[in-house]
Design a binder for this molecule. Structure first.
Ligand code: AMP
Ligand code: ZN
Ligand code: FE
Ligand code: FE
Length: 285
């Protein structure tokens, strides 16, 4: 069983449509892929349709999302799996974050223009399409304009990195509140890349302990942004706090270099996560 529990589509800042992501998962030899777009479930229906055209047993899609959170001024991401997408309190929070992404996207474009980058909001909207708009779309606009060479090069203090010259904050949810919202919607919350220092400051072990007490299920330990030492440390912390440990690619299509299935989750852990979910069922398989 090859299980990848974190992937993005054009419903947020990935470059594969949900149907293309399903095809890419099959091509990568995955048995299970989770669709976890930022603050949205907009890709679920198309992914489900694509899975249902495959021979039975080819691929299971785990419907999910990746929620933008903030604690003590530090941004962090919470993966949520198999929640009821119609549960009103959690749906309202996702909507709030998505809506604020538009205000913030315009403000970032304005900042970039003041800093001499010839990009525009229409351009960013063309790049983002219907997707939950984010900094990677603006990074792609900066690449198109020849300001930086790659999306990754746009995430520096000069441009879009946390606290960078053109960074503008968006509304983000308190993670303890987010864990409760996910659980109340029957979902399973997992802390995404908790030690990804290259994205900025990471949260303390104390915060992770608070999240565990609030109902967090797991830490995403095997991730491209974690070195070996970080993984070992997080594995130890998960053990102390009684949390499961996952691994996943955080695939973004051509916007990042990581390959689908480059990091995977142990089948027994996957089963344990499924056993905690009451809000939705995996699709296909
Ligand atoms: P946003 O959700 O708009 O705040 O943008 C955050 C997203 O930008 C993350 O989910 C990553 O996909 C991407 N990102 C953040 N830091 C980096 C980085 N250093 N290099 C490449 N992509 C990054
Ligand atoms: Zn992303
Ligand atoms: Fe993330
Ligand atoms: Fe992600």
């Amino acid at each position: 069983m090859r299980i990848d529990l974190h992937a993005h589509s054009t419903a947020s800042d990935g470059t594969d449509s949900p149907a293309e992501l399903v095809a890419a998962a099959v091509a990568a030899g995955l048995d299970v892929v989770a669709l976890t777009d930022h603050d949205t479930v907009a890709g679920h229906a198309e992914a489900a349709e694509a899975v249902h055209t495959l021979p039975a047993g080819t691929l299971t899609v785990v419907p999910g999302a990746e929620l933008s959170c903030v604690v003590d001024g530090i941004s962090m991401h919470l993966l949520a799996y198999l929640f009821d997408p119609a549960e009103p309190a959690f749906a309202a929070e996702r909507e709030l974050v998505r809506t604020d992404r538009f205000r913030r996207g315009r403000a970032i474009v304005e900042r970039c223009r003041e800093l001499g980058a010839d990009i525009g909001w229409e351009q960013v909207q063309r790049i983002a399409g219907d997707g939950s708009v984010g900094r990677p779309h603006i990074a792609s606009a900066l690449v198109e304009a020849g300001v930086v060479a790659t999306v990754s090069d746009a995430f520096t203090a000069d441009w879009l990195a946390n606290g960078g010259r053109a960074d503008v904050r968006k509304h983000e949810t308190d993670p303890v509140e987010a864990v409760r919202l996910v659980r109340a919607a029957g979902g399973v919350p997992v802390f995404a890349h908790p030690g990804a220092v290259k994205r900025g400051q990471t949260v303390s072990d104390r915060v992770i302990a608070d999240l565990a007490a609030a109902g967090l299920a797991a830490l995403e330990v095997d991730h491209t942004d974690h070195d070996e030492e970080t993984r070992a440390r997080l594995r130890g912390l998960a053990g102390e706090l009684g949390l499961l440990v996952t691994g996943s690619s955080d695939y973004h299509g051509s916007r990042k270099t990581v390959r689908l299935g480059e990091y995977t989750t142990d089948p027994a852990v996957y089963e344990a996560l499924l056993a905690q979910a009451t809000g939705a069922k995996p699709i296909g398989g």
